[in-house]
Design a binder for this molecule. Structure first.
Ligand code: FES
Length: 581
């Protein structure tokens, strides 16, 4: 259970700080999607028989009408619809991507398409005690009502499904597994509604075929579905709800107009991009919205959802007058390892005064539409283990040798390190002078990534020892090195400019690994490993000496493990791997 330390209060606070409106919208949307999925599966039973549909609906209603679940479901309905209206009000820039626009239009139209069905069934039960089930609903759509109502229901099914699928796609597209799972998910996304609609059709045909005086007496008599007066009463309530919902949309549009007027009166501000470009915008726009409105290229991989941090800007000059970062913005900035008040997310910052800044990511690197190029290279959040390796004393060595000799030795060192990283399953990523960043976990699990990094550290020690023997006649003192290893969620993608792009990882764990490598000097050891990597690799807490250290840029101290001789790591990893096998 070493790797399963209970979540600390700091971790819980960090998690809570990461919850914003988008996260609430996502969770409420998932609950509604689960409901739609369950309903579709029930519809699909119509392909077997009407009785199968009737059996299925018992399970469906037993679950969704179980009081705690029902409370959760209706809360999710209200919250999700409310957040949809809020998004309509809040969004200043309507030059959206087709998918975003489609999602908004479908989302707003779902209540219009479904109110009559949902309220009709719900009110019949609540007000008059009539359980409206498949036979009654199918009779209404296939026998009693005009055909356009059936088409309306099909439109509602498709709207709800497509809206949910787009939401899931937007959420999952930056997850590592998504590229692999996408074909299967797409097949399910097409198959399920097709089966559901076919099931409804088959059920409807059965009702039509069985339609007779006796069948109607058993299934759609007044005591089953209510009298004409009761229907009128429910219809009136449905109409009022529809008018109320449309009124809400009109209110939101009016509020947008009033806000635009107010902002125009409130004045305009200048946004200077630090490259000579300045735009004049009304107060209240986010910096990213201003960039989109005035066609200034601006990196924004997640589309302004405060998830990717690629829209980051550095404020030039005084930033004390800027609005404080929201909880979500502060969380994202903290996650990428910056507590510098001059770094802000352009998609969250709404300046009230003139502002000068420059963009930290070039828009050519990560385009504002977020769709150009391969999605895995644009920017993806994932867990990686970062390892920094640095050669000690290369500056001193350069002072005493010919440049050619120094380059030769540094190259041999980096070759030995790279070979160890590759042999362990990692990826040499960046060479900075005589140091290197290596990444582990691009294709393997967290645990395996941590073990690979520890094995690589041991192999580096072995390779460097071999190199020292080989160069013994040439070196006054053997080559020494320092290694820092830390793991965590990072953003991986292509960084650079036009033809000079490199694939790399950004984020707090990478910075921490670099600091841990630095710390090997102070701790007089070869390797410093974060306790997170030690625990994830499955090494016992007693395996390595523990230290509490302060990392620059982090408020809380961090537990690390120091390793005097990197070669000892090989046996430790082999032991835990063997014990697990
Ligand atoms: S665009 Fe992704 S965080 Fe701002």
């Amino acid at each position: 259970m070493d790797g399963m330390a209970p979540a600390s209060s700091e971790q819980i606070r960090t998690l809570a700080r990461g919850i914003g409106l988008r996260q609430i919208r996502l969770v409420s949307g998932m609950i509604l999607f689960a409901y739609v999925l369950s309903h579709f599966l029930n519809h699909a039973l119509g392909n077997i028989s009407l009785d199968a549909m009737a059996d299925g609906v018992k399970w469906h209603t037993a679950f969704w009408q179980f009081l705690p679940v029902a409370i959760l479901f209706y809360t999710a309905c209200l919250v999700h619809a409310g957040l949809g209206l809020w998004a309509l009000y809040e969004r200043r820039e309507f030059r959206w991507k087709t998918m975003e626009l489609l999602q908004l239009v479908l989302g707003l139209s779902i209540p219009l398409l479904l109110i009559a069905h949902v309220l009709g069934v719900r009110l019949a039960l609540t007000l008059h005690g009539h359980a409206i089930l498949y036979p009654q609903v199918l009779f209404a759509y296939f026998v009693n009502w005009p055909a356009w109502r059936l088409w309306g229901m099909i439109a509602a099914i498709l709207a709800a499904w497509i809206h949910g699928c787009i939401g899931l796609h937007m959420w999952l597209r930056m997850k590592p597994f998504y590229k692999r799972a996408a074909p299967l998910l797409f097949a399910l996304a097409v198959l399920l509604p097709a089966l559901a609609m076919l099931g409804v059709y088959q059920g409807g045909r059965t009702v039509v075929d069985n339609d007779s005086i006796e069948w109607r007496a058993d299934n759609v008599s007044d005591d089953k579905i209510g009298t004409a007066e009761q229907h009128d009463r429910i219809d009136r309530m449905v109409r009022r709800s529809l008018v109320g919902y449309l009124g809400l949309i009109v209110l939101v549009l009016l509020a947008r107009g009033a806000r635009a007027l107010h902002e125009r009166r409130g004045g305009m501000i200048n946004l200077s991009y630090g490259n000579g470009r300045t735009v004049r915008v009304p107060k209240g726009l986010t910096v990213l919205e201003a960039s989109l409105r005035y066609n200034v290229p601006h990196a924004s991989v997640c589309g302004g959802r405060a998830r990717c941090s690629t829209c980051r800007i550095r404020i030039i000059g005084d930033c004390s007058a800027l609005p404080e970062p929201s909880q979500r913005e502060a969380f994202v900035l903290h996650r990428v390892g910056t507590d510098d008040p001059s770094i802000r997310l352009a998609c969250q910052l709404r300046p009230n005064e003139d502002l000068s800044f420059f963009q930290l990511f070039l828009p050519h690197t990560v385009s504002a539409d977020g769709h150009a190029g391969s999605p895995t290279r644009i920017g993806q959040e994932r867990y990686l283990v970062s390892m920094f390796v640095d050669m000690r004393g290369s500056t001193r060595m350069a002072e005493k040798r010919l440049p050619f000799d120094t380059v030769f030795i540094v190259n041999r060192f980096l070759g030995a390190v790279s070979a160890a990283v590759l042999e362990s399953g990692g990826r040499p990523n960046q060479f900075v002078g005589d140091g290197m960043l290596a990444l582990f976990g691009l294709t393997v699990s967290r645990r395996e990534a941590c073990r690979q990094a520890l094995r690589a550290a041991a192999l580096i020690a072995a390779n460097v020892e071999e190199l020292n023997n080989f160069l013994s006649h040439d070196l006054r003192e053997p080559i020494r090195f320092g290694i820092g290893i830390h793991g965590g969620e990072v953003i991986v993608g292509d960084i650079g400019y036009r033809d000079h792009m490199v694939f790399t990882a950004l984020g707090d764990p990478v910075n921490v690994a670099a600091r841990l490598q630095d710390m090997t000097k102070a701790l007089s050891c070869e390797v410093v490993i974060s306790d997170e990597v030690r625990a994830t690799a499955g090494l016992s807490a007693e395996a390595l000496p523990q230290q509490e250290v302060t990392i620059r840029g982090r408020n809380d101290p961090m537990i690390v493990r120091s390793v005097t001789d990197a070669r000892t790591l090989s046996a430790l990893v082999t032991d835990v791997a063997a014990a697990a096998a």
